[in-house]
Design a protein. Structure first.
Length: 427
């Protein structure tokens, strides 16, 4: 172990530097956003003045600032949890305790992964509760009862265990059974899992949490069906989801691929928009499908996870990787679970540094979908819909440009509407 000592210290310091840098960068971006929004809270941007009142603008600012403060708290809390698991020895102690209880072998490995996620979920509960019953409630968006919140949590945990534990068991088994190329097999399992999830999600998982009903309004359905036919999407189902059970936020999304593809409109969206605007939102979602954004994302994710697993395949063989993060690996038994968990904790630290790239790609997709919607339904219906949605969801109209670059998956309202031309008064 003498030769491993300097390497593991170097790795500890690299980890600490990465953690501090990512936290500082996040903190700087969140602080910028809070300052920028606060500075512009009393002045509705000229382009929006006819549509958004001073009161609505100030409300959006207050909501955005509170949301950003919570995000900052969450970042600090996650960093503390990460240090607790690693340098303070949390994961090592959990691993040793389970080894004493279950001995060496696959059941211990699976139990370690299960216990790690269960403890992590419990540690995140207080802030999740705060988000729903303090933040969202204070700004008039929460419509969830504590009973529903608890039921959601239990159902979510059951689904995660039912899907996650077999996948974990398979990957952990491969680590020992498949030799040095285990990561390639693990990658194949991971891709198969994701593809299955994408097919199962709309039909099996999402209905556990919400009711989905085919669009009932005959007039609206006729419009929607003619739009689907025009766009060549006869096969896609259009469903209305009871989003109002949980939140007043309005939204729409496109999910799945192949026979499982469907468009989901929140009931809150139908309450707020006129028929032509609903068409425009739907056309935007079809734009995502037309440009195959779901499939492209799956391919990118596949390449990224392949590279990550190859890296993990190498790291899992290095003793310094474990010692440097406060964990004593087994020299005789398997370290698969430890390697997976440590890697899964360290890798997200890189997230904030690559965020600008992924956010830019996502915003490009949104512009593409907007262009498609404009071709199908014209610019003014989409502009009217977006204006109503940005306003009623209390999205700030004056975000900090650097914050946008890093974290905005959708273009800010001003940029998005500017590309659509002059805006008609929404209903
Ligand atoms: Zn979109």
């Amino acid at each position: 172990m003498d030769t491993a000592l300097p390497a593991h210290l170097l790795w500890t310091w690299t980890f600490v530097a990465l953690l501090v840098a990512s936290l500082l960068l996040r903190g700087w971006l969140y602080a910028r956003q809070i300052r920028h929004v606060a500075r512009h809270r009393n002045q509705v941007p000229a382009a929006f003045a006819p549509h958004v009142s001073a009161e609505q603008h100030a409300k959006a600012a207050a909501y955005t600032i509170d949301k950003t403060r919570l995000a900052l708290t969450e970042a600090v809390w996650s960093a503390a949890i990460l240090v607790g698991w690693t340098l303070l020895g949390g994961l090592d102690r959990l691993n040793q305790a389970l080894l004493r209880w279950l001995g060496d072998g696959l059941p211990q490995q699976v139990a370690l992964v299960g216990a790690f996620f269960a403890i992590g979920a419990l540690l995140e509960l207080p802030l999740a509760w705060w988000r729903t019953f303090r933040l969202e409630a204070a700004h008039g968006f929460n419509q969830m009862t504590p009973g529903l919140w608890v039921a959601d949590g239990l159902k979510g945990a059951a689904v995660a265990a039912a899907l996650g534990l077999p996948l974990a068991a398979l990957v952990l088994w491969l680590y020992d059974a498949a030799g040095p190329t285990w990561w390639l097999w693990a990658w194949l399992a991971w891709m198969a899992f994701n593809t299955t999830l994408l097919l199962l999600y709309p039909r099996v998982i999402a209905p556990l949490f919400n009711r989905f009903e085919p669009l009932a309004d005959a007039h609206l359905r006729e419009r929607v069906e003619s739009l689907l036919a025009r766009c060549g999407f006869r096969a896609a189902g259009v469903y209305v989801m009871d989003g109002s059970r949980r939140s007043a936020h309005a939204n729409a999304y496109f999910t799945g691929f192949g026979p499982a593809k469907r468009v989901v409109l929140f009931d809150t969206l139908l309450q707020r928009l006129e028929a032509a605007q609903i068409d425009a939102v739907l056309a935007h979602e079809l734009g995502h499908a037309h440009h195959r954004h779901v499939l492209k994302r799956l391919v990118w994710m596949g390449l990224g996870s392949g590279a990550a697993l190859a890296l993990l395949g190498w790291l899992s063989q290095q003793l310094w990787f474990y010692f440097g993060l406060g964990v004593t690996p087994s020299l005789t038994g398997s370290n698969a679970a430890l390697a997976l968990l440590l890697f899964g904790m360290v890798l997200p630290l890189a997230g904030v540094f690559v965020a600008p790239l992924f956010s830019a790609l996502s915003r490009r997709d949104e512009y593409q979908a907007d262009r498609y919607a404009v071709q199908q339904t014209g610019p003014s219906a989409l502009a009217g819909a977006l204006l109503t949605l940005y306003r009623d969801n209390a999205s700030t109209l004056t975000p900090d440009p650097w914050f946008v670059r890093f974290f905005y998956s959708h273009p800010p309202a001003a940029d998005r509407l500017a590309r659509l031309g002059p805006v008609r008064e929404p209903a």
